[in-house]
Design a binder for this molecule. Sequence first.
Ligand code: FES
Length: 150
Amino acid sequence: MALPEQLTIGEVAARAVIAKSALRFYESVGLIGSERTAGNQRRYHRSVLRRVAVIKAAQAMGISLDEVRRSLDRLPDQRTPSRQDWERLSAAWKTSLDERISRLERLRDDLAGCIGCGCLSIDRCRLFNPDDELAVRLEGGSKLESEPAG
Ligand code: FES
């Protein structure tokens, strides 16, 4: 049986395996949209199912809803993501995921140095400043200073 053009919130929730409250929240933050009936009930175009699938996939990757919204907003006419759109979005999100994994790996390595230390020093503990560029530059600087001039 073909899917009707318009779906109730219950139908979307059942088909997308998601709570109605989540759908209301997605709508309140502009991730999805609906129309209202004369009785003020939500009706979603069936294409919302693909949008919800994209949102759920992004969330599984740990992408923030803000980032998902910005990405979806960039689609022409806020269209439902096509297969090509999904390829582009997922490639961009993979890059973001890779960056977060790298950051977490650095944090894990820094934490190893903290185990048993307990100083929690604002100045010295890397956990407070895992992306401290000055510290990286200073470390690089001292390496350069110790190298023979040539
Ligand atoms: S707790 Fe001492 S370096 Fe982090």
